[in-house]
Design a protein around this ligand. Structure first.
Ligand code: 4NP
Length: 155
């Protein structure tokens, strides 16, 4: 079993979408039963909430996916439960690393480093204060990066 945790700030826009799109790629490749996938936020603003309505609408419109994840906060013990922790931007990465345990098994990586088209970017931009087209752009970006990440993991 390979375990992957996607992490952003609020766990209502980027990371629950990454979780769902990664699972979508797993299903398409018949690998769903070989992976455990989850998402979390470094902040506690939205605990227990469904993903942002704009993220849910875009997921349904573009990828025909209904997002059902409930926001939870990233915790230090996630370092022991997951093989890969995937941060959406550098700020998430730093906040994750502040909680790192000595005996961590997880490898912490940046989602954008798996983008098939762009090499020098670090961030999946936070769409929370953005427009509908920002949510659309982030959707396609995360779809591409989750595909790239899966390719890398199974290589
Ligand atoms: P996320 O987006 O980190 O992609 O879930 C955000 C969601 C909520 C807030 C910021 C970013 N907020 O400030 O409440």
């Amino acid at each position: 079993m390979i375990s992957v945790l996607f992490v952003c700030l609020g766990n209502i826009c980027r990371s629950p979408l990454a979780e769902a799109l990664f699972i979508n790629h797993l299903i398409e490749q018949g690998l769903n039963d070989k992976f455990k996938v989850d998402s979390a936020g470094t902040a506690s603003f939205h605990l227990g909430e469904l993903p942002d309505k704009r993220t849910r609408n875009m997921a349904l419109k573009v990828s025909n996916i209904t997002l059902t994840h409930k926001a939870r906060q990233f915790k230090a013990t996630d370092f022991l439960s997951f093989d890969y922790i995937v941060a959406m931007d550098k700020s998430n990465f730093q906040n994750i690393m502040k909680l790192r345990l000595e005996n961590a098994k997880a490898q912490v990586v940046l989602m954008r480093h798996f983008d098939s088209m762009i090499q020098n970017e670090d961030a999946i931009p936070d769409p929370y204060y953005g427009t509908e087209s920002d949510f659309e752009e982030v959707h396609y970006m995360i779809n591409d990066c989750t595909f790239g990440l899966l390719k890398k993991i199974i290589k």
